[in-house]
Design a protein. Structure first.
Length: 372
């Protein structure tokens, strides 16, 4: 069964778990980061542990490094902070991003020795810790990005960075920094990996902003979702072939890989959707993961019927959605497992809820559903 946890009425714009998944950090769509620990008596078993209040404007990105237990956040105030737990308190370290527009997204590298920040300044800041001066420094990837960077993701080799932006394109850059990285081996995406080198650039020809981009577990596939309700996948092992499907659903906002060939997408439809990249190289919609709740229509009086018709232009009094999420899904991440073999995923939404979806129970309850 899916576990529903409510954290109030404020929207949850972004969230991230610690390594053991017994703590969650999220932003209620403001300048704060709330940290909850499981086992509490409120919020469906979650108890507020701390509030991080260093940002001056809305927090736009959070990523919790599982091994080093550090949290990196970025915000519309053009700053990023690395939070370290010291004697039970989270201590911030300011990272100067050198940007003149809002930071929009942030992601730790797999080795957790650097992180990438996208921004409205049409660039990506790659930040790493400089031991000599005891501070975080940033290098910029600029060309040929022509609009706001909305999403970033790291290749498993710790060097390649995928980005999506509002110029309708997904790109792969080299994020190799000789001060902290060993010389990388050639990948299916290319050989030349000098910093900021553009490895590949992709577009499905549509007019939708790219809202989210991610590598598969092996790093051989790159997927992105767009505001035109499209899902696109590029397979580097198949001559960089591009496959995409444009759907009739409302715009997509976020997604995650759950196996090497399957991904779950969420957005304005308030329902997680399963897509599969099949053996023929096509992206196929498989199923909805949320079973609509059957509600019984209760009889209402003639006066009540006219009142609801006057207020809502409908005679139906019940305005709740039949999905578990009652508003847009804003963020999605793997909860249990990894991108190659996920057992559970978590989603957050504008309705202030965090829902954990268990694939095993979903497969048993939805006829014909197989996630492979």
């Amino acid at each position: 069964m899916s576990q529903v946890h409510s954290f109030g009425i404020q929207p949850i714009s972004i969230h991230s778990f610690n390594e053991n998944h017994n703590q969650i950090a999220f932003s209620p769509n403001n300048d704060e980061v709330h940290i909850y620990k499981s086992g509490g008596q409120t919020s469906g078993g979650w108890e507020k542990e701390d509030v991080l209040m260093e940002h001056g404007q809305r927090v736009t990105g959070i990523d919790w490094a599982p091994k080093s237990n550090r949290i990196v956040t970025c915000g519309a105030d053009r700053n990023a902070y690395v939070w370290t737990l010291d004697s039970g308190k989270w201590k911030p370290t300011l990272v100067i991003l050198r940007i003149n527009r809002a930071a929009t997204c942030v992601r730790w590298s797999p080795m957790e020795n650097k992180f990438a920040v996208g921004s409205g300044a049409r660039l990506i800041s790659v930040c790493y810790f400089e031991q000599e001066n005891d501070w975080w420094v940033s290098k910029h990837i600029k060309k040929p990005i022509r609009s706001t960077v909305t999403s970033v993701d790291w290749h498993p080799n710790n060097c390649l960075i995928a980005s999506g932006s509002t110029d309708f394109k997904a790109r792969i850059f080299s994020g190799y920094i000789k001060e902290v990285d060993e010389k990388p081996e050639a990948t299916a995406w290319g050989k030349k990996m000098t910093f900021a080198n553009l490895m590949n650039e992709f577009s499905n020809g549509g007019g939708g902003w790219v809202h989210a981009v991610a590598f598969s577990a092996s790093g051989d596939k790159l997927a992105w979702v767009g505001h035109d309700s499209s899902v696109s996948v590029v397979d580097a092992q198949n001559n960089m072939s591009l496959a995409f499907v444009k759907t009739e659903f409302l715009p997509f906002i976020t997604f995650t890989w759950v196996t090497e060939n399957s991904l779950v997408v969420g957005g304005h439809d308030c329902c997680p959707l399963l897509f599969n990249y099949d053996d023929t190289g096509k992206v196929v919609f498989m199923n909805k993961l949320d079973i609509p709740k059957e509600t019984q229509t209760k009889e209402i009086s003639a006066m009540k019927r006219f009142q609801t018709l006057d207020k809502r232009a409908t005679t139906v009094e019940d305005s709740d959605l039949k999905t578990l999420h009652q508003n847009t899904i804003t963020d999605m991440t793997v909860h249990t497992g990894d991108r190659g073999s996920a057992q559970k995923i978590s989603t957050t939404g504008v309705d202030g809820q965090m829902i954990i979806w268990d694939f095993k129970s979903l497969e048993s309850s939805i006829q014909g559903l197989r996630i492979s």
